[in-house]
Design a protein around this ligand. Structure first.
Ligand SMILES: [Zn+2]
Length: 87
């Protein structure tokens, strides 16, 4: 599987500024699925912060992951469907 990077919004824990951060989809999905801490890294205009996502943030991230995965899984299904006719 490719190292697709997904972007999702987070809030800077210091100044509450909304930021978009990028993370490797596969890694984040694995952490969420195995109940491991998800480390978030954000750099707003004033701060460079690293923190662990709380329950609310995990839910939000999960929603984003579900949203980005939807078109991807559709593509996989279509490829799988086409493969027999190619081979
Ligand atoms: Zn900030």
């Amino acid at each position: 599987m490719s190292q697709s990077v997904v972007r999702f919004p987070v809030t800077c824990p210091v100044c509450k500024q909304e930021l978009l951060i990028g993370a490797v989809l596969k890694t984040v999905l694995h952490l969420l699925a195995t109940d491991r801490p998800v480390k978030l890294r954000a750099q707003c205009a004033r701060h460079k912060v690293v923190w662990v996502a709380n329950a609310i943030e995990r839910d939000q991230i999960q929603e984003y992951m579900d949203a980005v995965q939807l078109p991807f899984s559709k593509k996989v299904v279509r490829l799988a469907w086409w493969r027999p006719s190619i081979a």
